[in-house]
Design a protein around this ligand. Sequence first.
Ligand code: DAH
Length: 346
Amino acid sequence: MLTEITEIQNQALQEISQCEKSEQILEIEKKYIGKQGALADILKNIKNLDVEAKKTIGQKANISKHEIQNALINKRRELENKELLEQLKAEKIDVTLPSQKPNNATINALSAIQKQAEEIFEKMGFAIADGPHVESELYNFDSLNFKTHHPARDIQDTFFIDKEANPEHGKLVLRTHTSPVQVRSMLKMGAPLKIIIPGRVYRNEDQDATHEHTFYQIEGLLIDENIGIGHLKAVLEEFLSQLFNTKIETKFRPGYFPFTEPSLELDMSCVFCKKQGCKICKHTGFIELLGCGMVHPNVLKASNIDPNQHQGFAFGMGLDRILMLKHGFASVCDLRANDLRILKQL
Ligand code: DAH
């Protein structure tokens, strides 16, 4: 029996020394020193031996069991260390690799150009005014000298709020332009006055490449004594030259707006071809930009300002239009598509 125990021990120690995976340790343990292992198998017959032999065999079996156990413990430690090292090697981090850039948010291109425009006008002494988006017919149309049957009031162009008309203010509408804030500001602050009104406006339009139901305008209003069209031209040329970072020339054409007299359309020299003629300016060297004019005496009267003492000019432009010209876009929809490939270029 002693030799059998020695054999089992040798066999176990050999198997342990050849073992290469820590998961196999448990199996080896079971096989040799487990409850149904090889050693336990031998010791089943020990009860038939005499006392002295029992003692010798028992001692030998215990020693062998300890030897095997120690060998198992050492091997497990060795294998676990080795495996940990391999794992660490596999997970090695290369600190010299370039890091991934965080996806930083940026200001939307429309907000950015609005801010830029505001800063230029503020430097020229203009204050920034604002007014309600849900406006009354009185301010959106009547005070601005729109006659009762002007087509702009038509359901096609204006979003009317589904509520009964107020006897003095008429129906509620989503403001179709920023011009009502002219009247509100004159009533509130009187003359002289020098303001710009940036903001969102709404029209009941079908959407296409150049039309949207919601868009942005910048309105300007200057009221003082002895104001003429020359002042209007100078202010707008200065604004455009600063915005486009190059000397811009402007040209007036006759226009029509109920709230200005005379009314004018302003064209600016083409920033793309420097007046040489290109596709964007349709080979004219100039690009249509905005509506403007001298404030109509009826608008001044509706705003409690005496037209014999004060005059002024006003202008209104689409923010999208300026942005498109600045970045050479074909359609306003490009800006609203929330396509990062486009927005990231701005
Ligand atoms: N309110 C006009 C529009 O939405 C734009 C405009 C034209 C504003 C002439 C003005 C102006 O102040 O003088 O089409």
